[in-house]
Structures are given as C-alpha cells and as structure tokens.
Design a protein around this ligand. Sequence first.
Ligand code: URA
Length: 436
Amino acid sequence: MRMVDLILAKRAGNEHSNQEIKFLVDGIMNGAVPDYQLSAWLMAVCWRGLSDNETAWLTDGMCNSGDVLDLSAVADLIGDKHSTGGVGDKTTLVFVPLLAAAGIPMAKLSGRGLGHTGGTIDKLESIPGFRTNLGKDEFVKQVKDVSMAIAGQTAELAPADGKIYALRDVTGTVESIPLIAASVMSKKLAAGANLIILDVKAGRGAFMDTVDKAKNLATTMVAVGKALGRPVTAVVTDMEQPLGNAVGHTLEVIEAIETLKGRGPKDLEELCLSLGSMALVTAGKAKDEKEARVRLSKLISDGVALEYFQKLVKAQGGDPSVIDNYEIMPQAKHQFELMAEPNGTKWVEHLDGRKIAETLKLMGAGRVKKGDSIDLSVGVVLKGKVGSEIKGGDSLATVYADSEEQFKSVKDKLLSAFTFNANRVDQSPLVKASVS
Ligand code: URA
C-alpha cells in the first residue's frame, strides 16, 4: 500500500477500506506518512468527504492510536463535554468544576486553538504554573482525587488526533464534518467518559456556519458514538456571535471565573446551565431540567463551583490565588476603546465572531504555523452583543493590545465585525436543537 494511492483515491472520491484507514493511521504514528502527504489527503477529504464507515474507522483508529482509559474503577458515571469550537467559548472552564461540584466526576481532554477558534488548553495556560500535559496515570488519579481533570492531547491519548489537529490548523483543512467528527469522537472515546455531551456550534463564528450543517455534524458524531458503542448526546448551539463578552486567553479565563462567581455574561451562564442540566438529568441526578438548573444555580451562588475551579487549578499545579488576583496572568500593555460613530442610536444586528478571532490572530493570539508561540494577553471585551442599543460615541469594545500601533492596525477590521440596524433587534435562542 502507498500513501500516494490513498491520496489519489480520495481525490477521485473513492471510498477507503478499513485496512487503508488503518494503514493511514499507522503511518501517521510511525512517521511513514510525512506531513505533506497527510496534508494532501486531508485536503482531498475536505473536498470529497468520508462515508459513515470511513469516519467510524478513522475515529476508531485515532482513538486506538494510543491508550484508551478505563475509568470504571473511579466511578460508574464519568462526564465529559466537548465543543466543536467557537469564538469566546470558555464553557469548559465553567462546566467542568460546576458538574464536578454537582457530583459528576469530569474527565476532559481538550485541544489548543484550531483555525480561527481558541482552545481551552491555551486558555488554561494563562494561569501561571497550570499544567495541561498530564500523563495517563496522573489524569486518572486526579479524576479520582478531585473529581475532575482537564488535559491536553498527550502522547498517550488519541495521539493521531494530536498530529492531525496540529496540521489541520495550518493547512486550511479544519471545516470538514467527518474530520471534526473523528477528531472530537476519538478523544471522547479514548478519555473513557460514559456521559458525553457534545456542544456543536452553529453560525459564522463556528466551523459549521449554518444550523443545518451543525445538525449534520451532530448526527455524524452521534452515529459514530453508536457505531463504536458509546452513546452521546449532541446539542446545537448558537455561534452567530462570540459567546460571552471576552475573546482572548487571559480575558476568557477571567470571564469564566466571574461566571463561577455568579457575575458572568448571561449567555455563557445560560449555556452552562442548559448543558449541565441535560447532563444531570441523563445521569439520573435530577428528575427534570428545571430541578437540575436550580441545583446548578445554587452551586454557583453558594461559591461551591468556584471552590471546585480552585481545586482544579491547584491539582494541576496552577496558582490558585488566580481566582482573586487576575493580574498574575499575562497582561496586555495597553487598553483602547473601540468607539461607535458619533451620531445616532442603533442596535447591534450582527457581531461577526470570525472577524474578531481573525483580528486577534493578527495580534498574535493564534498560531500561523505549527508550534508557534502565542500571545495570551491580547484580546477584546465586547460592551454590547446582538440586540444591544448603541448610542453615538459609545464604546463598542475594549481592546487589550501590545501597542497603539497594533490597535490602529486592527481597528477597522474590528469595526467591520459590527453590523447595525436602525431598529430594535431581537436575540435568537442559544440552544437550536438536540440530537441523540
Ligand atoms: N474540536 C476538536 O477537538 N476537533 C475538531 O476538529 C474541531 C473541534
């Protein structure tokens, strides 16, 4: 078998056999398939797609490219949630301690930034000392000891996804339903959880720009889960605008902590409560979503979820004082206000998260090539979201930048992310559909 033949076959739209997919994954792992051939194959998949069988085989191969955790000795039920990527999506930072506080141990494998979206692992590294490269035994022990762990891709768990993910990020091969499905599901299956909630983002800030495409991705992941014996629930949620107000690593960690303190933006809190109540009901820990919400809200208002976040930080070597002192995280040198035009009152009709994310990439917050280091301090805090009333001369956002030149160089692009309407604009619902 030769890799070039697989590339040609996929370019022609042919279906691979299970053997061929195994050859590909083995080759990725033992170095026989170089990055340039894998990139070419990934691009062919972007154009030609993968069948359901190919997607399940690829997922299985990626999952078994490393260790597969058995967490059954830790608890009967272990939770996990995964987002398909969006802008300002810091849900995991709130969700994991919240659910652990509610009695569901959480074993979470997360990624770094991908394409225009930010990654949980990069965000967590804003906290001094926070280690995301937990080994397998350490990961399991931590779930046992403190009921939660968030680790990055290790050499041990779904390592084939780690390699493919890093390449997709820099080769324009992210937006493919089967590749996203295999990437997400291989990690979920390898990490050993059995209560899996998938948050599939839909909108211009997501990889799936319409609800229909997002439903398609959700259905593919649910089908892969079923085919490989691990049922999952998928929820399609809005990514027509960034989630919350903060975009940028340090700023998003601050916003997540504020949410755990009960002072976060409504949409972020709402998403965590929606996904969390679904998990609690599925786990049989609440009789319905209403009861689950009340419990989760109380864990926030009583400060218990925040205590769990602090436990998580401490367990992973981070400085737990971060919850009271945000300044220990990387700080941008300057802050600038992005001002609306001086005249008139209008309403924000659309807020293009992708443009905001691309702007941040230009400011150094995202990778341009594999392994680049990134600036964790820069970012944007939005003053208003879709539906907000903006008066002439109001600030639309605070921009955290390295220098005035940097701010000036991105100002017009940032302004172009806002679309206004002279009339009032309604918010659209956050949760669009669920698939199981
Ligand atoms: N999240 C993942 O883990 N993989 C993808 O491909 C996209 C989002």
